[in-house]
Write a protein that binds this ligand. Structure first.
Ligand code: ATP
Length: 303
């Protein structure tokens, strides 16, 4: 099917670097989530993959080859903004895709549009924001592509349709397709994606399998009797990826045996010390969050 390899991708707009030295691979059949705050460079990355924005340097390879017309049939793209023609009906968009792509599945698109409650006789201009997204997703899924590049495919959708799109993404991967998608709904990414990359101001902050990222990190949390407590010997430990101290509460993000840090915090007078499992949202926030001015935050080398 399709492997996507991004190597040292860089995109500048004048003096501004939107994407900086980005490298990661999306393995064949994988659902890959691209996360990042507003303006992190997700859309720019997608555009560079498809040559909609010309990379300043670096490369994007599909099964080891640069993008070429032979690959177009195999790639389906849902852009962040609607690309539907306002003067055409949904059915006319279906017909256009049927004529353009040999693999386009007309029966599947009819079913998908019906599931989303979209009347094919409607003009695109009469569709709500969510209906536009759903129409573009339905058209992309019906392409039976090897690689799907989906820029915020749940944007504007209600929770039921969001879940439906996630299920479609998972089904595409079960069929063998490779999927890369972006979303600000981290819970959705956690549900669907096997691997993620987090972009932060154009840089790759984190990349890996969701299970590995979670398994290798724990939070150890403690409350101290007063605000003046010492963390002697702990603050400088390289196995602490991050230390948040706010009032009487301290939270350590540790990449090593969490029990050891429970013992050490208790020895320093910490009460109610507990180990907390991270979810993807914690991992995301630790990867991208700026220093909190109200808290004393120490970032370690192990991040
Ligand atoms: P969002 O989550 O808000 O959609 P994003 O992660 O997709 O954000 P991009 O749209 O890739 O972010 O934008 C990355 C940065 O590049 C932003 O600072 C944006 O202003 C800048 N940028 C994007 N396109 C252009 C352009 N054509 N000219 C100049 N700057 C641009």
């Amino acid at each position: 099917m399709s492997t996507l390899t991004i190597s040292h991708l860089r995109k500048t707009y004048g003096p501004y670097t939107a994407v900086n030295d980005l490298s990661f691979e999306v393995p064949e059949g994988c659902v890959f989530g691209l996360l990042g705050p507003n303006g992190a460079g997700k859309t720019t990355t997608f555009k560079c993959m498809l040559d909609l924005a010309q990379a300043s340097s670096g490369s994007v390879l599909f099964n080891g080859h640069p993008l070429a017309p032979a690959a177009f049939e195999k790639i389906a793209y849902v852009p962040e903004r609607s690309v539907l023609y306002d003067w055409m009906t949904v059915g006319e968009h279906v017909e256009m895709q049927r004529r353009a792509f040999a693999s386009f599945d007309v029966k599947a698109v009819a079913e998908l549009l019906a599931q989303f409650g979209i009347d094919q006789r409607k003009k695109a201009r009469a569709l709500s924001k969510g209906m536009r997204t759903a129409t573009m997703v339905a058209l992309a899924i019906a392409r039976r592509a090897d690689l799907l590049i989906l820029d915020e495919p749940t944007s504007g959708l209600d929770p039921i349709n969001q879940r439906h799109v996630l299920n479609l993404i998972i089904n595409e991967s079960a069929r063998g397709a490779t999927v890369i998608f972006s979303s600000h709904q981290i819970g959705q990414v956690e549900r669907a994606a096997e691997r993620i990359a987090v972009l932060d101001r154009g840089n790759l902050a984190l990349e890996g399998s969701v299970d590995d990222l979670k398994a290798g990190r724990k939070i150890v949390e403690a409350i101290f009797p007063s605000e003046s407590f010492s963390l002697d010997g702990i603050a400088s430990d390289a196995r602490i990826a991050r230390l948040d101290r706010s009032g009487r509460i301290v939270r350590l993000l540790v990449t090593a045996d969490a029990n050891e840090f429970v013992t050490r915090l208790e020895a320093l007078g910490g009460a109610g010390v507990r180990i907390v499992d991270l979810n993807l949202e914690d991992i995301f926030l630790y990867a991208v969050s700026p220093h909190d001015a109200t808290a004393d935050v120490v970032e370690g080398a192990a991040k």
